[in-house]
Design a protein around this ligand. Structure first.
Ligand SMILES: Cc1cc2nc3c(=O)[nH]c(=O)nc-3n(C[C@H](O)[C@H](O)[C@H](O)COP(=O)(O)O)c2cc1C
Length: 229
C-alpha cells in the first residue's frame, strides 16, 4: 500500500534543497546529445555564413579577374590586330604537351591575326603564370607575367613594373631564333639571367619556347587540315 503522507523520493524536501537541484536545462546541457546538437548548429551557421560570403564576392572576384586579363591582353596584343573580343571567343584546346589550354583568338575583319594564351612553367617558388600572344607568322607579340611566387627583390624582375626583361621575347620566333639560343646566357643561350637567380628566368625561357612549339603544332594541324580534301 502506498504511503500518501511522505513526499515522492525525487522531490526536494526543503526550498533550499530545491534551489540546489540542477534545473532540467542544466541537466540536459551535460548530455552528449545536447553537445552534439550545439556543435552541429555552430558548424551549420559557420557554413552558411561562408556560403553567403562566397556568393556575395565570387562574382566580384570573377569580374576583377576578367578586368585584369583584359588589361594584360591589351599589353600583349596591339589594338590594330583585332576588332573582335578575344576573351569572349575563348576556345579550349587539349594539347598533348601542355594539357588543357584556353586560347583567345584575335581577329581582324574575321581573319585570325594572332592568338593569346596562358602557359605556366614552374619556377623557384611554384608555377609562373605567363600570358603570351603570338601572331599567325609564329612571332611573339608580347609576354607578361600574370602571377608568380618567385622571391621579391631577387627574381621579380620578370614583372614589367620592375624591369623590361620580359620584353626581350618581343618579335622572336622559332624561325628567327635557333633552338640553342632559347636558354639563359649561363646555359649558352641569349637571355640574361639575374644575379643569384637563374631558376626563374630559365623557367620563363622554357615556358615561352613551349608556347612557340604549341603554336607551331596548332598551325601545322590547321594547315594539314586545310590541305585535307
Ligand atoms: C631564400 C632563397 C630564395 C631564392 N629565390 C630564388 C628565386 O625566386 N628565383 C631563383 O631563380 N633563384 C632563387 N634562389 C636562388 C636559387 O636557389 C639558385 O641558387 C639560383 O637560382 C642559381 O641557380 P643555378 O645554380 O641553377 O644557376 C633563392 C635562394 C634562396 C636561398
Amino acid at each position: 500500500m502506498n504511503d500518501l503522507t511522505s513526499a515522492p523520493a525525487e522531490l526536494p524536501e526543503t526550498p533550499a534543497a530545491a534551489a540546489a537541484q540542477p534545473s532540467r536545462l542544466a541537466r540536459w546541457r551535460t548530455r552528449i546529445e545536447y553537445q552534439a546538437a550545439s556543435l552541429g548548429l555552430v558548424c551549420a551557421l559557420v557554413a552558411l555564413s561562408l556560403l553567403l560570403g562566397h556568393q556575395a564576392t565570387h562574382e566580384q572576384i570573377a569580374h576583377a579577374e576578367l578586368q585584369d586579363r583584359m588589361a594584360v591582353l591589351r599589353q600583349v596584343l596591339p589594338d590594330a590586330l583585332y576588332d573582335n573580343s578575344p576573351l569572349a571567343e575563348a576556345e579550349t584546346i587539349d594539347d598533348a604537351e601542355l594539357g588543357r589550354l584556353q586560347i583567345y583568338p584575335a581577329r581582324r575583319n574575321g581573319q585570325l591575326s594572332a592568338i593569346a594564351f596562358q602557359v605556366s612553367p614552374v619556377g623557384y617558388g611554384g608555377p609562373i603564370n605567363l600570358f603570351i600572344a603570338i601572331d599567325t607568322q609564329g612571332r611573339i607579340l608580347g609576354v607578361r607575367v600574370l602571377s608568380h611566387k618567385e622571391t621579391p627583390g631577387l627574381a621579380d624582375k620578370i614583372e614589367i613594373s620592375r624591369s623590361d626583361w620580359i620584353k626581350d621575347f618581343d618579335g622572336l620566333s622559332l624561325a628567327n631564333t635557333a633552338r640553342a639560343q632559347w636558354a639563359v646566357k649561363k646555359d649558352g643561350g641569349q637571355f640574361d639571367q639575374f644575379a643569384g637567380a637563374t631558376i626563374t628566368p630559365r623557367a620563363i625561357v622554357k615556358g615561352v619556347l613551349q608556347a612557340l612549339d604549341f603554336h607551331a603544332r596548332q598551325a601545322g594541324g590547321a594547315s594539314s587540315q586545310e590541305q585535307q580534301p
